[in-house]
Design a protein around this ligand. Structure first.
Ligand code: HEM
Length: 183
């Protein structure tokens, strides 16, 4: 797949993480095995969110709707189309979470849940073992890509608001983020 973006950081992310044109084929090949299992995985995910004292109140009363959107998002990872619409959807999801005041740590924890759970689902359910292995690599890259894009919506709130008010440019912010720190 070709990245359709002029964003230099996204280009570097794409290049270094190693997404390439084979990934579309790899993911489409396993889609039929995984799609029927996504609702069960989603139920398990929301059970965990519902049992944590910090995440439970954030999803209370809207679990059925959230499960539907989460299932659609998970399915999109297996659709083999990671073009401009996919990228802009992740940014939009980030913006929705910023608006809903979901801390990025909780999104990171959720991605970690998926990274832990999905490789086993692929290994146990895809008949072609090499295909399952290839799809695991692609899936982990895609989850990282999604997290990177969602996370940047939180950065945006800083640079659009606070950082602009402080007169801190994106380049200066990058220098500040990587300035020496004593551990
Ligand atoms: C892997 C991490 C996550 C993914 C991929 C994800 C995905 C999504 C998607 C696709 C939507 C619908 C966006 C839209 O309306 O366009 C959504 C909305 C929402 N998510 Fe998540 N989510 C994640 C983690 C979380 C966590 C950890 C929480 C809370 C603890 C959460 C709470 C919500 C809420 C409350 C909404 C609805 C916001 C609104 O409509 O006002 N999400 N999420």
């Amino acid at each position: 797949m070709q990245l359709q973006s002029t964003d230099p950081n996204l280009q570097t992310f794409w290049h270094v993480c190693g997404l390439d044109k084979d990934d579309e084929r790899v993911m489409r090949a396993v889609r039929g095995y995984i799609q029927p299992l996504i609702p069960r995985l989603t139920d398990a995910f929301y059970e965990i969110l519902a049992t944590d004292p910090q995440t439970a109140p954030l999803i209370e009363g809207r679990v059925a709707q959230l499960k539907r959107t989460h299932i659609a998002w998970l399915e999109s990872l297996f659709n083999g189309d990671y073009g401009a619409a996919f990228i802009s959807r992740q940014r939009q999801i980030g913006a929705v979470h910023v608006r809903a005041k979901i801390p990025p740590t909780f999104v990171a924890a959720s991605m970690s849940f998926l990274r832990g759970a999905l490789p086993d689902v692929l290994a146990a359910n895809v008949a072609d073992k090499d295909g399952a292995k290839a799809a695991t690599g692609t899936l982990l890259r895609l989850l990282d890509l999604c997290q990177f894009l969602i996370d940047r919506s939180y950065d945006g709130t800083l640079s659009d608001g606070l950082m602009n008010n402080l007169g801190i440019s994106p380049a200066l912010l990058a220098r500040l983020q990587t300035a020496g720190k004593k551990f």
